[in-house]
Design a protein around this ligand. Sequence first.
Ligand code: HEM
Length: 487
Amino acid sequence: MGFTEYYVNIFVSLVLFAFLGLILNLFHELVVKPMKLQAILLKQGIKGPPLSLLIGNIREIKKAQSSIVKVPSTHPLPLTTAVHYSFHSLSNGGNNMVCQVFVFSLGTTQTLLVNQPDAVKEITTCMSLALGKPSYQQKDRGPLKILSPELYMDNVRMNLIVESTFTLVDSWKTRIEVDSGIADIKIDEYMRSFSGDVISRACFGSNYCKGEEIFLKLRALREAMSKKGLSTGVPRMRYLPIKSNREAWELEKEVRDLILHVVKERKGAATYEKDFLQMVSRSHRFVVDNCKNIYLAGYETTAVSATWCLMLLAANQEWQDNVRTEVVEICRARTPDAGMLRKMKLLTKVIQESLRLYLPVAVVSREALEDIKFGEIFVPKGVNIWMMVLALHTDPEIWGEDAYRFNPDRFSNGIKGACKLPQVYMPFGVGPRVCLGQNLAMVELKLLMSLLLSNFSFSLSPNYTHSPVLRLVIERENGVHILVKKL
Ligand code: HEM
């Protein structure tokens, strides 16, 4: 054997070994592991739809989602969000050992869906003990910590939010003038611009115009992913070079470039010292991932919450009038500050109730990082646990007969007084990975609502149809139309 031939043979053998290793690894990840996890769950009587290779039961999930019950547009509104029925319809028998859980698989991942209070008690404990990390998210919060609102919700940031709110108020005043006194406004885009503007200014030191391209691309990315069922989480399938993935990769690259551009600009302009980007000085990948998280986590969520809250105020005139009276009395024609916002008890109750019924994030998820036990149920490491917070927020056994009704008064004695199991109220999640922006979000919502209420009155437009749908967040399929009048 010649010298060259010898090396070629070694090279070919190495390639073959590597290929074989890859095939074995894929077989283990895609077939052996999910089957093993499913067998452990099955042994305990926890069944799920049959597992099909690679795509799991994504088809069933999609089918169930598309058959969501549409709630008719009637006044007063039936506030049943209907969305969670799509998940209930997937349950094949459930299990009544400790809780009603059922398993479904997202591609190669086994997921337990939990919506029973007994199990939630155990799960929230597990979350608080940091035994799980949010599924499909980075393990380390990293520089996200700097958003800790106790530290950073100060007057400067507050003023930035006020500026964003006034931009919105002014644009509505112009619309009302053009429409001779009363405007029929589809509020969704306005709420998105507002929320995007706040994130851009308060965390990234730019305004919505600059951030807009990033938000639009992120939205397109989100849509591309949810269209293909990828948002429901099939981690390994994300790497296959199929058309939808290639589209998503292209968008991801564009978002990355745009974010890095903002980062570079920020480095050159020393303005607001607590600006998020100035505090982050690690690798590009790390910066981009964290910025993407903030843009995504803080943008749609707040926009959607504001939209639903306004819809509820428009549909409940008495509450609207009462909250307006409270705001006017506290503010006395001054711009609200932190002290004034704290005194707005009625507004706080309205926002809490709105976040109960129309919480943007319907599912809080964790991946078991080690074997754990929930009551009698053994959950092996690697299984994802999805908590259907939406179902828990509207369970009559927890909230009483009027669980589906808009009744902010239930929060008169705080969350503890509002329901039997206060730990199930978790619009911002729970445990060590609880939402980092919750205080910022509450301040945003309070400022926005108080300034809108002191400038305008609202009612539902005849063009409004009640159609909440569960995508990545609970949003409205046809948008929320309200009639807005200047006071
Ligand atoms: C009404 C508005 C908002 C709602 C309802 C909301 C809700 C949530 C929920 C449910 C989670 C998951 C928590 C868990 O898994 O336990 C989360 C995570 C997160 N939120 Fe929010 N959020 C809102 C606004 C914001 C804002 C304005 C920001 C930042 C500017 C933000 C930043 C984050 C971040 C960074 C995380 C990930 C935390 C981690 O993984 O450690 N959120 N949010």
